[in-house]
Design a binder for this molecule. Structure first.
Ligand SMILES: C[S@@+](CC[C@H](N)C(=O)[O-])C[C@H]1O[C@@H](n2cnc3c(N)ncnc32)[C@H](O)[C@@H]1O
Length: 321
């Protein structure tokens, strides 16, 4: 069974939907939780395009949304291909785009997907099970320096170098095959105080880092957010839910940049770019209320950012200097 509780459900729908007959894109369909709520607000002429790269999510969402009261088109793809997907769907402009980033509870809780440091399973961590790069490939073939960099950058892991060295030492004897073996190596590499300290499971940060690397989770975000805004109608909305500081920083900086007017270098006395803001940021990031946190611990780190497309934003009009 596909188990996943959608985070910030009311806040997302309230911020995203401006037109009950509009077209909405859910870039991270998962089990269809958010899409189901969007569908319940749209009228029969509304439409949802749901995207996910995971076949298990596609089949769960297809079943969950089969009685929705509006048109639903489900596409198995990576949202980094959003522009091509919308062209394929013959859609020129949309009213809203949602990104609810990261993995679903279903993916984490399914041991054989290899996302969890709590269950022993083959090292995998691919959101798209047909992708070439898996956690096994990362752990068993990356150079020591590359592993240390990934653990540091994507996991903010203090013991990155030591853990990378212990992996190299272990795999010189035999490949690291399972999540359990990787957890053992991490536990041997970090000091006892970290192993038993209050900072959470000692493998948490390394597992996050490998997952980000395997799925290129950060590398595709900025371009995908920009494509989403490009396809919005004026007045349309983009909603982004992030779960850790690395992806939230990209969301914040990309939205801020698109919300800027003049982009001339600061030393120029007058504006020569005539660049206009493409979007308007709507309020501060929204976090989960205590009632939601009581029923869904995943919501603890969630942040929802919403912005609205402005008319005539972006580059200067032709003819302007
Ligand atoms: C947090 S879950 C979404 C849950 C969903 N909003 C719900 O309420 O049921 C994230 C989903 O996005 C998918 N996903 C993550 N990154 C993706 C990408 N780059 N392209 C397509 N799907 C992606 C994952 O496979 C996962 O199913």
């Amino acid at each position: 069974m596909f188990h996943h509780i959608s985070v910030l459900p009311e806040e997302t729908i309230k911020g995203l939907i401006t037109n009950k007959a509009g077209i909405y894109v859910d870039c991270t369909l998962g089990g269809g939780g958010h899409s189901g709520r969007i569908a319940s607000v749209l009228d029969t002429s509304g439409r949802i395009i749901g995207i996910d790269q995971d076949a298990a999510a596609i089949s769960a969402a297809s079943e969950y949304l089969k009685d929705a009261g509006c048109r639903i088109d489900i596409v198995r793809d990576n949202f980094r291909n959003l522009g091509a997907i919308l062209q394929e769907q013959k859609v020129a402009k949309v009213d809203g785009v949602l990104f609810d980033l990261g993995v679903s509870s279903y993916q984490i809780d399914t041991p054989e997907r290899g996302f969890s440091y709590m269950q022993d399973a083959p090292l995998d961590m691919r959101m798209d099970p047909e992708a070439a790069l898996s956690a096994y490939v990362v752990v068993n073939t990356y150079e020591e320096e590359a592993l240390a960099r990934i653990f540091k950058e994507y996991g903010e892991e203090r013991w990155a170098k030591r853990i990378a060295a212990f992996i190299l030492e272990t795999r010189s004897q035999k490949p690291v095959e399972t999540t359990g073996e990787l957890v053992d190596i991490i536990c041997r590499a970090v000091p006892a105080a970290v192993r038993h300290g209050a900072g959470g499971h000692p493998a948490k940060r390394v597992f996050q880092a490998i997952r980000i690397e395997v799925n290129n989770e950060l590398g595709i975000l900025e371009k995908s957010f920009r494509t989403a805004v490009e396809y919005l109608k004026p007045g349309g909305r983009i909603a982004i839910i992030t779960f850790h500081s690395l992806e939230d920083r990209i969301a914040k900086n990309t939205l801020r940049e698109m919300a800027r007017g003049c982009i001339c270098p600061p030393q120029l006395p007058i504006c020569v770019c005539h660049h206009k803001p493409e979007i308007r940021l709507l309020g501060k990031p929204i976090v989960a209320a205590p009632q939601e946190l009581a029923g869904n611990s995943r919501a603890k780190s969630a942040k929802l950012r919403i912005a609205e497309k402005l008319a005539g934003g972006g580059k200067a009009d032709a003819g302007q200097t």
